[in-house]
Design a protein around this ligand. Sequence first.
Ligand code: ADE
Length: 230
Amino acid sequence: MTIAIVAAMPQELAALLGAMQPGQVQRLAGREFHLGTLAGRQVVLALSGIGKVAAAATTALLCERFAVRALLFTGVAGGLAPIVRVGDAVVATSLLQHDLDASPIFPRWEVPGSGRSRFDADASMAALLAAAVSEVHGAPHRGLIVSGDRFVSSAAESARLQAELPDALAVDMESAAVAQVCADFGRPLAVLRTISDRADDQAYVDFPRFLADVAAPLTMRIVTAALPRL
Ligand code: ADE
């Protein structure tokens, strides 16, 4: 049974594709799904695209068309909690959409109809992933990752998110949407994010540099170490 590895940015997917024994490529909805073998596992690699809608659509296709048994989402994120520094790794325990607000009809952040604002990552996959991160890179932070359709690039917005969601470790633009769709399909999910910036006024400078120089090769090493155990 296939494991899906979804990356948010082409640089990261390129590193993983280079390491994979390639099989078929399927094109659907403007996306490429690369089937093959990586670290002895049958995998399908896909680029999620940026933002919650793109990530949700990619996830639904993986669950429905490729019958994946589990998903691993990897990418970069902005650090929110003060202890989360550039270069750190974060493994999600739960995920929340920070820009979802149907109040006063539903509580703020709640996904209408689900009764939940937080979606859990799969605990055993997260533990195996965290163990692989510890071996390759050093112990990851583990906790809440929040997602929204905004690149957070000001100290003011970062401070607001930290005040509203004090246990949030990091912010990205996809993971919580992937978690919601995985919950719909009953598929386990693990999320690994490397911190590319501090979601502040420097974020737009730090982000591209980090992505190419650090995140892509690091993600490759972590994913290949984690895969045989998943
Ligand atoms: N991904 C990486 N850095 C980010 C940021 N500052 N905001 C949202 N998503 C990100």
